[in-house]
Design a protein around this ligand. Structure first.
Ligand code: ADP
Ligand code: GLC
Length: 485
């Protein structure tokens, strides 16, 4: 296997900056790919928290004027992983999050902020850094999707390009008047370029012009070719179907491993499952839930949005509470959902505990302490929390869509008999179907041996990055070969 060099371009990377699963994936892939003889270096925006946390080395590239101001690329290290931070104070030195200000309002210049990321990535992919000339540029999501577009319209030699869709609901659409400001040539504004319903589509352009498209599960790869899930891009994806691949995400086992996790109360594995109970007790205490080893404790760690379907959980709370169940939830997002859960906490003190906010520590403790873990998404490209739940012995209850469908084996009668089930799936994603699944989960929970079998099956499932990394490495090599040929 010859050594391959990959420049990854993304807007998040765990543990430097994270709003969701994208960061987990971008953070974990380099180490997993190293085992496949693929050297990955990752370009991310130099947000304040990135520059504060990264051990920054030398400046390897500078721009006099990158979309409105000077910018530099700093080479930094994160453990064994090389990270390039794009330092552009006029674009990234802000108080809010990566995409929105402290009030949650998107920055008005996001088009320029992420065009800059794509532009810098494209320059680096074309030899701007003599020390690292990549064979592949791998862009993640719309924020990086202009990188393959710039490469397409450049007449200099370029590497193969791969674009991964983590969530097709976010596309990066901007007025056509920005075309010149974004340094896109006039011919780019066409159906076979970035033009999308009369506007400029970052993701659309990237999907149109990259060499290979991947998404984060085989089922989602099929779903996005349909009008129900494709969010308008299904036609393009159908037309390019032969270059679309679904590769499941894995779990970063250096971060999510119940046998070594410093964030939980008591460490355990599938041989020492009994120890896990101490985490349930600790979780109940920390979240002010009633101390009760017998209560069916349901965990949720999630963004609060229509996608994730927690309105269906709210609808099911009265029935759950009537059965003396408990809920431990941490999430942030849409205000009406946050309000709904706050009200539920007031209505059921000691049995519903809601933390509105973001905490890695609590996310880990919920995985380690909850009996079941709920992911009732309306669509889910892959989903990572159900994989963490498998690792941690919190039995996942999930809707049968996207990556949830691909990663959980439903405890139907056949699977139970065969001894292979790992969780529960429900379909369609409605409150009624969820009600049935929750009642069934609780019945299985009361059947201690069956439940333990579900937990152990989950904990023994290989959710590592090893297989996915092999698939990415293979895909990179194919893309490079196709370009050379
Ligand atoms: P998505 O990326 O769509 O939000 P994923 O399941 O792929 O969904 O990834 C979500 C990631 O974000 C997981 O690592 C999860 O633990 C984390 N996460 C989500 N919400 C919170 C929160 N409120 N506090 C801590 N971690 C969270
Ligand atoms: C997106 C998706 C989620 C996926 C994550 C990482 O945020 O919503 O399903 O797991 O990206 O690929």
């Amino acid at each position: 296997m010859t050594r391959l060099r990959v420049l990854a371009v993304a807007s998040e990377m765990n543990p430097l900056v994270k709003t969701g699963g994208l960061a987990d994936v971008v953070g974990a892939l380099p180490a997993a790919l190293a085992a496949q003889n693929v050297e990955t270096r990752t370009l991310i925006p130099g947000y304040p928290e990135v520059l504060a946390a990264l051990r920054v080395g030398e400046t390897v590239l500078s721009f006099d004027d990158l979309f409105g101001g000077p910018a530099w690329v700093h080479a930094g290290r994160l453990g064994d992983v090389d990270v390039y931070a794009l330092v552009a104070p006029h674009l990234y030195a802000r108080e809010g999050g990566p995409y929105a200000d402290t009030d949650g309002v998107d920055y008005p210049d996001n088009a320029l902020r992420f065009a800059a990321l794509g532009w810098a990535g494209a320059q680096m992919a074309q030899g701007a850094l003599s020390e690292f000339i990549p064979d592949v540029l791998h862009a993640h999501d719309w924020q990086a999707a202009l990188a393959p577009v710039y490469l397409h319209y450049s007449d200099r030699p370029r590497p193969a390009t791969v674009l991964t869709v983590h969530n097709i609901a976010f596309q990066g659409q901007y007025p056509k008047e920005l075309l010149e400001d974004l340094l896109l040539p006039p011919e780019a504004f066409a159906v076979d370029g970035v033009e999308y319903y009369g506007a400029i589509g970052f993701l659309k352009g990237g999907l149109q012009l990259c060499d290979r498209i991947t998404t984060v599960s085989p089922t989602y790869a099929q779903e996005i070719e349909t009008s129900e899930f494709g969010m308008g891009l299904e036609g393009l994806l159908r037309a390019r179907a032969e270059v679309v691949t679904g590769i499941l995400n894995g779990v970063d086992e250096s971060v999510w491993n119940p046998a070594k996790d410093p964030r939980i109360e008591a460490r355990y594995d599938h041989f020492s499952l009994a120890t896990r109970a101490r985490n349930k007790t600790a979780l109940q205490k920390r979240m002010r839930l009633r101390a009760d080893a017998e209560a069916f404790l349901l965990g949720v760690v999630s963004r609060m949005s229509w996608q994730k379907g927690h309105d269906m959980l709210l609808a099911n709370l009265p029935a759950l509470m009537a059965r003396q169940a408990q809920l431990a939830l941490i999430g942030t997002g849409e205000k009406d959902l946050e309000e709904g859960f706050r009200a539920a906490q007031d209505a059921y003190p000691g049995r519903v505990s809601v933390t509105i906010g973001y905490s890695e520590d609590l996310a880990h403790l919920i995985q380690a302490g909850a009996d079941a873990f709920l992911v009732p998404s309306r669509f889910e490209p892959c989903g990572l929390t159900q994989l963490y739940a498998l690792r941690y012995g919190a039995v996942p209850v999930v809707s049968r869509v996207g990556g949830l469908k691909d990663t959980i084996i439903d405890a139907n009668e056949m699977a139970l008999q065969a001894g292979v089930a790992t969780g529960l799936q429900f379909s369609p994603p409605t409150a009624e179907a969820l009600a049935i699944a929750l009642a069934q989960a609780e019945r299985l929970f009361r059947d201690t041996d069956t439940w333990r079998k579900l937990q152990i099956n989950g904990m023994k499932t290989d959710v590592s990055w090893r297989h996915p990394a092999e698939r990415y490495a293979e895909l990179y090599r194919e893309a490079v070969a196709a370009r050379a040929g």
